[in-house]
Design a protein around this ligand. Structure first.
Ligand code: HEC
Ligand code: HEC
Ligand code: HEC
Ligand code: HEC
Ligand code: HEC
Ligand code: HEC
Ligand code: HEC
Ligand code: HEC
Length: 392
């Protein structure tokens, strides 16, 4: 049913706009004609203004940035703002060393800009992203196009995000590739990033474990609990006496982790529902148990390394960083030069531990446990050896 622009009006647009523009523009016009926009009276002028209609006034054609979309699609904008994408710029200012050493030379705002408000306040327009048009491509604005994994890749590959690479190497990613190449029926149900992270078209992007695989709810397992506490101390989130550390406010400000168990369970629940659309409940349960156990095992190994370095501070063998914690001040450069042993912990936390978590949730938790826990053990062994040498 076509209850928008009448056919003759569409033809008129074709006449006025397509007349001058060459092939590329005809594609634009045809895309628009097929879109929900033309069916709902959203004309070219709504997005580009009506100042331009000839070669003499090209400069009057308005750029269709996201602020043009928000008036009609407030809900999606609000959802993005409330999710982690909405915290993008705040996060950069709050934790400059968040990606560890691998991220220290990268221009943060190529990825960390998402809302129109941020774009305006920072006046950066040469960015890789625009709030809506990053995923919604002109002029068909097709939902299938929006759901392509290539829309997420520019920001979720490289550094220590790695979801792109890990997804590509997973069974899901392999099937997706075959489907793209037409070697698999287009009807085969294969999950993309958006299938799992934008359930029911919601734009509020957030997960249970978050970027660092942390949450405030204390684990029931005693060894895991002690390990988590030490990691919190190393990050400056908690002090040795269990009181909030100097980074505690930052955690809240950028929603670095889920602060209450309900919030965590809600996100986990949505994900389980998604898996169950294609897998059995038992399979899904087994998957998440194994994946959570990878975080547990990684935490126990990382905490042992933290304990070892804290001992060197206590014994006066190493100079304690000003902020009293290990992970964030060092890499943000506020506490002088980290030593080799501190650097190795940095690698252990920001590379080995993060990779283990990515592989656990985006590929295969059993495989991740086998491969990455070996890497984490190597890091720990190296740290223990360096500590022994320093103590001699
Ligand atoms: C008389 C010729 C002519 C007509 C009619 C015309 N355009 Fe253009 N338009 C141009 C030329 C030339 C350019 C610059 C080259 C290009 O981008 O293809 C341009 C560029 C644009 C741009 C890009 C501007 C930019 O900053 O990159 C938009 C958007 C646009 N036109 C929209 C329209 C719309 C909508 C209509 C119909 C109302 C229209 N044009 C009618 C000639 C025309
Ligand atoms: C729902 C909003 C929307 C509508 C309606 C719309 N456009 Fe666009 N258009 C965009 C966006 C977004 C871009 C990409 C950003 C930009 O260059 O402004 C764009 C880009 C363009 C460009 C530059 C493209 C290029 O590749 O250089 C032209 C030309 C253009 N539009 C013409 C049209 C014409 C003609 C119509 C009507 C048939 C139309 N647009 C309708 C949103 C819209
Ligand atoms: C003047 C209002 C208006 C503006 C401006 C507008 N849209 Fe829309 N858009 C609509 C309407 C109406 C629909 C159809 C909704 C429906 O069918 O439920 C729609 C549908 C969509 C859809 C769904 C398409 C589909 O096939 O289901 C997407 C995606 C979309 N718009 C994105 C955008 C983006 C991105 C912009 C800015 C570049 C934009 N819109 C600007 C009114 C607008
Ligand atoms: C290649 C794109 C990219 C670049 C460049 C980048 N980041 Fe990130 N950053 C991301 C992505 C994607 C995430 C979220 C990944 C996840 O949740 O697994 C993230 C996460 C973060 C977080 C964690 C936020 C949280 O609450 O979990 C902070 C803080 C951060 N980045 C700061 C920075 C800083 C500072 C820079 C520049 C030195 C930077 N980023 C450069 C893509 C990037
Ligand atoms: C990170 C990628 C991404 C960004 C950014 C994004 N969207 Fe979407 N959007 C999607 C995907 C994927 C879907 C389709 C989900 C589905 O198939 O159910 C979608 C669906 C939609 C729909 C159709 C909703 C429906 O229920 O039919 C609208 C309208 C829309 N987006 C508007 C926007 C607007 C406006 C913005 C900017 C404020 C925006 N989107 C930003 C990926 C994105
Ligand atoms: C322009 C860059 C960019 C694009 C494109 C992008 N993201 Fe992100 N994404 C980020 C950044 C930056 C963060 C971290 C923001 C923060 O934590 O402050 C993030 C965070 C997330 C999170 C939250 C993880 C957590 O901490 O719980 C999810 C989920 C996510 N993105 C999924 C996606 C999906 C799915 C797509 C594609 C449909 C996508 N992103 C496209 C930059 C991007
Ligand atoms: C089969 C479903 C599925 C697909 C496909 C998927 N993810 Fe995830 N993603 C998850 C699960 C499950 C988690 C962990 C959720 C939790 O914390 O319980 C997660 C976590 C994340 C996080 C938070 C940090 C992390 O790595 O643990 C980001 C960011 C993210 N995914 C982005 C992406 C991107 C980008 C893609 C596409 C390249 C993608 N995801 C594909 C299921 C999926
Ligand atoms: C849209 C359908 C779909 C969704 C949603 C989906 N999967 Fe899959 N998954 C598949 C298909 C198809 C395969 C390949 C056939 C098979 O092994 O059953 C697969 C395979 C797997 C495998 C086997 C990997 C291997 O190496 O053998 C795991 C593990 C997996 N999925 C986990 C998940 C998890 C966890 C979720 C939810 C976060 C999920 N899947 C969501 C369709 C889906």
């Amino acid at each position: 049913m076509d209850h928008g622009y009448p056919v003759d009006k569409k033809e008129a647009v074709k006449q006025t706009c397509a007349v001058c523009h060459t092939g590329k523009t005809i594609e634009i016009v045809d895309g628009w004609i097929d879109s929900k926009h033309s069916m709902n009276m959203v004309s070219c002028a709504v997005c580009h203004g009506s100042g331009h209609n000839s070669e003499e006034n090209i400069d009057k054609a308005e750029k269709a940035t996201s602020d043009k979309c928000i008036g009609c699609h407030q809900m999606q904008y609000d959802q993005i703002s409330a999710g982690k994408h909405g915290y993008s710029l705040e996060a950069v200012n709050a934790l400059p060393g968040a990606h560890g050493k691998i991220g220290s030379d990268r221009k943060c705002d190529t990825c960390h800009v998402f809302t129109a408000a941020q774009v305006e306040s920072e006046a950066i327009m040469d960015i890789a992203s625009d709030t809506c048009t990053t995923c919604h491509k002109t002029h068909s604005f097709s939902l299938e196009e929006a759901g392509k994994t290539s829309n997420c890749m520019p920001c979720h590959e490289g550094l220590n995000q790695l979801q792109g690479e890990v997804y590509a190497s997973s069974k899901h990613g392999e099937l997706y590739k075959l489907k793209q190449k037409g070697e698999l029926s287009s009807k085969t149900k294969v999950p993309t990033c958006a299938t799992c992270h934008m359930r029911d078209g919601q734009h509020h992007m957030i997960t249970a474990w978050g970027f660092y695989g942390l949450q405030m709810e204390p684990p029931k397992d005693d060894e895991w609990l002690k390990s988590r506490r030490l990691i919190f101390q190393a990050m400056g989130i908690e002090n040795a006496d269990g009181m909030p550390g100097f980074q505690n406010e930052t955690v809240k400000k950028i929603s670095l982790m889920r602060l209450n168990p309900d919030e965590w369970k809600e996100e986990r629940g949505k994900m389980i529902k998604t898996c169950k659309e294609c897998h059995s409940g038992r399979e899904t349960k087994r998957f998440f148990k194994a994946a959570d156990n990878v975080i547990k095992a990684a935490d126990i190994l990382t905490a042992e390394a933290v304990r070892t370095i804290f001992k060197l501070y206590d014994n006066g063998i190493l100079e304690k960083p000003d902020a009293g914690c290990l992970l964030f001040p060092d890499i943000s450069g506020s506490s002088g030069k980290p030593t080799a042993i501190e650097n190795r912990l940095n690698v252990m936390f920001f590379e080995s531990r993060m990779t283990a978590i990515r592989e656990a949730f985006h590929n295969n938790p059993e495989k991740a446990a086998q491969q990455r826990l070996v890497t984490l053990k190597q890091d720990l062994d190296a740290i223990l050896k360096m500590a022994a040498e320093l103590q001699q």
